[in-house]
Write a protein that binds this ligand. Structure first.
Ligand SMILES: [Zn+2]
Length: 283
């Protein structure tokens, strides 16, 4: 009797436990499902947030790109304005090609002239002037040449329109009648009036210029003058003027370098091609 009661009680307890277990399992499953849904919702929100972040980053980048491009445009514009201003202040004649039919106006005077140091002058005591901005380039060139044991000197530099007449006799050049014709005989004259051309010599060659093309100083100039912005205006075998190995013109280092590297001649270039170098002539 007692054992029957105990069994019934045991069965009842077991049923209760199983019942609770089933209930608890269901409850847990529901909670689990709910949690799963919540997590799903949360990860969806996260993905949405990430998407929005990507979009925002994209917008930010595009805004930054716009700013950068705008900045570059402003900088370009500033550069262009600077270049135009510099160009407007640069003497247009400095890189002109002169010929027997196109020469410098007789009233032309360089913007600034400076005396060449006497140690570079062939005729001691004679005042020789050169374009002020060309002077440091010329002196660097002569210093470089003479530091190698050579003896390069300047015999002629800037010549005003007026001084040309007194040189006529000393150069023993026969001129025709009339102002224009008389000066067209010396094509290099315009370059001297510009203040950017010089005639070189050596103590050995002297003031006759003959033999300068055989002097080591001439060879040095052929190999190195471009580094200082100087070029030979009238090279050997040119079709526009007689060979003048002593006559060198300053055209700026960029143009001189291009002519040297490409083995071209100043007077063979198109004037428009030359003019591109005008703005940087004294750089
Ligand atoms: Zn000359």
């Amino acid at each position: 009797m007692k054992s029957k009661l105990l069994f019934s009680l045991g069965a009842l307890v077991l049923i209760a436990i199983v019942g609770y277990g089933i209930y608890d399992h269901r409850h847990l499953r529901q909670e689990n499902l709910l949690l799963g849904e919540n997590m799903k919702a949360a990860s969806t929100s996260l993905a949405e947030l990430e998407n929005r972040n990507v979009v925002l980053e994209g917008q930010l980048q595009s805004a930054e790109d716009t700013l950068t491009s705008f900045g570059a445009q402003v900088s370009d514009l500033t550069g262009t304005v600077g270049t135009l201003k510099k160009l407007s202040e640069t003497d247009q004649e400095l890189l002109k090609k002169y010929s027997k039919v196109y020469f410098l106006n007789e009233n032309y005077i360089p913007s600034g002239l400076s005396e060449i140091d006497q140690k570079y002058v062939y005729t001691k005591g004679k005042v020789l002037e050169i374009h002020t901005k060309v002077k440091p380039h010329l002196e660097s060139l002569i210093d470089a040449a003479n530091s190698t044991g050579l003896n390069l000197l300047v015999i002629s530099a800037y010549r005003s329109f007026g001084t040309q007449s007194s040189l006529k006799s000393s150069y023993k050049v026969t001129y025709g009648a009339g102002t224009a014709n008389s000066f067209s005989a010396d094509q290099g004259y315009s370059e001297h009036q510009l203040g950017t051309a010089v005639d070189f010599t050596t103590p050995k060659v002297g003031d006759t210029f003959s033999g300068f093309s055989k002097a080591p100083e001439y060879q040095w100039l052929v190999n190195n003058a471009y580094r200082y912005g100087f070029i030979l205006s009238y090279p050997e075998g040119n079709t526009y003027y007689t060979f003048e190995p002593w006559h060198w013109r300053f055209v700026g280092t960029a143009l001189a370098l291009m002519l040297h590297n490409e083995n071209r001649r100043f007077y063979d270039l198109d004037q428009r091609e030359i003019d591109k170098y005008l703005v940087t002539i004294f750089d």
